[in-house]
Design a protein around this ligand. Structure first.
Ligand SMILES: Cc1cc2nc3c(=O)[nH]c(=O)nc-3n(C[C@H](O)[C@H](O)[C@H](O)COP(=O)(O)OP(=O)(O)OC[C@H]3O[C@@H](n4cnc5c(N)ncnc54)[C@H](O)[C@@H]3O)c2cc1C
Length: 387
């Protein structure tokens, strides 16, 4: 594939990766159609596609155990300011990220070690020192904490998608607020079918999150799972008490390693504290499975477990109401996203491992580059090795 200026390109999926790809490609001067629907107003009655960005809190930080993801995180975080400036939409709060774990039974020390080796600013706290620095923690005996104060905190995935969409549109992209119903490829180009007509393009990037494989009609070796998060509505006094709380990642065995977002204002005007770390791997194997999962409203049993975990971690937490929210995530065997060509004209960017929101701008950029013929071999491997 050769990349000419003003190539007619389509991106399917106006989520975190697709909207980022559209921004990058439009800014490079290409003629881009970004195809994907808005967030459903009512999950229980929605008959279309779903996404993983319908929320106000996703943890961001430079640190990751794997070098590839640290590189993605750094590249994306360095452009948060640019995206906000291009769109006029603020989506990032640098409140820091705190890793905590029992110093005997978890590998929490590796966080400090990798941060030191990789030049990531990180403060270490232990026992009483941890309690003094983060007084909202319920128990700190034997616990080691590593706090990343810079380039860390949370983003609003909803606002980031909006920001990327606005920036892409300002750079010339055409937004088509509809799902793609099918893709057909010929020697002349690609036709993408939507309810209101067809979109013709020379090449298409499919970044449809959990729906990617069903839209393409083939497996890419990635499994989509349903996930439940629990949200806790806080009153004014609790919000005030937890002011300054960072994003938190609790290390521990599977099922006892939640992540916690600090109090965040949601569109309903209320302040919610969110907890995730659902240990139940519920595979969603078809379109029907995905739809039924989102319509179900998530698992009460998992939310009960998450509630116990938050009460164990935040001292004297008092909440007014609990909400149970379904989401989906995807995992492959390589630990890397799947970004590369499937054919002459169809390229994919997908595979989130529950951690691609923060670095979606870089993953989208790589998806865009793959569409222009510059795929990274190690990411394209899964797609190209299929029969
Ligand atoms: C509970 C939970 C917590 C998470 N927490 C974090 C976190 O703290 N930090 C972090 O970095 N990441 C986190 N993630 C991961 C992050 O949200 C995902 O990695 C990210 O949303 C994936 O981006 P995506 O573009 O691949 O998919 P999505 O963001 O899901 O976007 C896919 C888009 O494709 C659209 N689409 C689907 N089918 C079609 C179609 N046929 N036609 C057109 N459009 C279509 C959908 O409408 C959607 O907008 C979390 C994920 C979950 C589920």
């Amino acid at each position: 594939m050769s990349a000419n200026k003003a190539t007619k390109l389509a991106v399917i999926g106006r989520g975190m990766i697709g909207s980022a790809a559209a921004r990058h490609l439009s800014k490079m001067g290409h003629d881009v159609a970004l195809i994907g629907p808005d967030e459903p107003a009512d999950f229980s009655r929605h008959d279309g596609v779903f996404g993983s960005h319908y929320d106000e809190g996703r943890i961001t930080r430079s640190y990751d155990p794997q070098p590839f993801w640290r590189q993605m995180n750094r590249a994306a975080i360095s452009r948060y300011g640019e995206i906000a400036a291009e769109s006029g939409v603020a989506f990032y709060r640098e409140v820091g990220a705190l890793y905590v774990g029992d110093s005997e039974t978890t590998n929490v020390a590796s966080v400090g070690k990798i941060c030191a080796e990789d030049g990531i600013l990180c403060e270490a706290y232990h026992d009483a020192g941890l309690a003094e620095r983060f007084p909202f923690l319920r128990s700190t005996a034997g616990v080691q904490g590593y706090f990343q104060p810079r380039n860390a905190g949370y983003i609003s995935p909803r606002r980031l998608v909006r920001a990327q969409t606005i920036a892409a549109e300002r750079a010339g992209a055409r937004i088509i607020d509809e799902p793609a119903l099918g893709i057909s490829e010929s020697s002349a180009g690609v036709t993408i079918r939507t309810r209101s007509g067809s979109v013709e393009a020379e090449r298409v990037l499919v970044a449809a999150g959990g729906h990617t494989q069903s839209l393409l009609g083939r497996s890419l070796g990635v499994t989509v799972y349903g996930r439940t998060v629990a949200m806790f509505r806080l009153g004014a006094a609790e919000t005030q008490r937890l002011n300054g709380m960072p994003s938190m990642l609790c290390l521990g065995p599977k099922g006892d390693n939640p992540y916690i977002l600090p109090p965040i204002a949601y569109p309903d005007g209320q302040i919610w504290l969110k907890l995730g770390g659902d240990p139940v791997d519920l595979p969603l194997e078809s379109e029907a499975d995905i739809k039924n999962w989102f319509r179900s409203g998530g698992s009460i049993e998992v939310a009960d477990r998450l509630q116990t975990q938050i009460l164990e971690r935040i001292r004297d937490l008092h909440f007014e109401e609990r909400r149970v929210v379904p989401c989906m995530t995807s995992f492959g065997d390589t630990g890397l996203p799947c970004i590369g060509p499937l054919s002459e004209r169809v390229v994919v960017a997908f595979g989130c491992y529950g951690k691609s929101a923060k670095c979606s701008d870089e993953l989208g950029r790589l998806g865009g580059m793959a569409l222009l013929g510059e795929a990274k071999a190690e990411l394209a491997l899964m797609a190209t090795s299929l029969p």
